[in-house]
Design a protein around this ligand. Structure first.
Ligand SMILES: [Zn+2]
Length: 243
């Protein structure tokens, strides 16, 4: 199925990753028909994926960076055909101020998703890369204990991700979830914190009201019961900010 602009196609659930249900999945060759911007992870929770302008980048906890091959298996993805509705230049932007900026751009949309792209020179950026499972069923929280955390000063690049409404907890990551791609395409991961203040950053956003959830058609997913996880655990696994 091909999606029109500014709709989300999501494969699998965050709660499935929380339980370590993440080995089987979707071949990367199916991604282009679903969108051109997104984020996710590979089979076995091996690293972080960010899709920018139709190119899918994969970063591993050993520091590797490569463009995803068609045969590689995606465990979780949120993807959209991104068409920005609002584009603003901001002299200062941080993870702390981002929620307020987005709320100001899109009034009466607090119960919607929002696609977010930020291009700029980051005076500080902190992100993590999750390592792959060392045994079947290893959970996101267990892996989070071994995650690689990188902090850079003065790194240019692009962030892409989504703001998801609180009621989607367990399906998506409630709040703002962003992945990073450095300008040289060599670094990236799941963003824990960022700040821009030396040069204006460009914030592009689009409200999303269509959320297409693809429940995995795999033996692994079909034979284990996905349970509801405590939001505190989910926030810890994802390093979430609160606004
Ligand atoms: Zn992430």
């Amino acid at each position: 199925m091909s999606l029109s602009h500014n709709q989300i196609h999501q494969y699998s659930l965050i709660n499935a990753l929380m339980q370590g249900i993440c080995v089987e999945g979707l071949p990367a060759s199916q991604l282009p028909e679903k969108g051109d911007h997104g984020l996710g992870t590979l089979s076995g929770l091996n690293g972080e994926i960010v899709i920018i302008d139709g190119v899918c980048y994969h970063f591993t906890a050993s520091g590797g960076a490569h463009i995803l091959g068609d045969q590689e298996i995606i465990a979780f993805i949120m993807i959209t055909r991104f068409q920005p509705v609002n584009i603003v230049q901001l002299p200062h932007l941080s993870f702390e101020s981002l929620y307020k900026q987005i709320s100001g751009l899109h009034e009466a949309a607090r119960n919607c998703f929002c696609a977010i792209k930020i291009e700029g020179h980051f005076t500080q950026i902190k992100y993590r890369v999750i390592p792959g499972q060392s045994r079947p069923g290893e959970t996101l929280l267990e892996l989070q204990e071994r995650q690689l955390i990188q902090t850079f000063s003065h790194q240019s690049g692009t962030l892409f991700g989504f703001m998801s409404p609180g009621y989607t907890a367990g399906l998506s990551v409630p709040g703002i979830h962003l992945h990073f791609l450095s300008k040289d395409r060599q670094h990236g991961g799941h963003v824990l914190d960022f700040e821009t203040n030396s040069q204006p950053a460009t914030l592009s956003t689009a409200v999303i009201r269509k959320y297409n959830l693809e429940i995995p058609d795999t033996k692994e997913f079909g034979t284990k019961c996905v349970i509801v996880h405590d939001k505190v655990d989910l926030d810890r696994a994802e390093g979430m900010h609160h606004s």
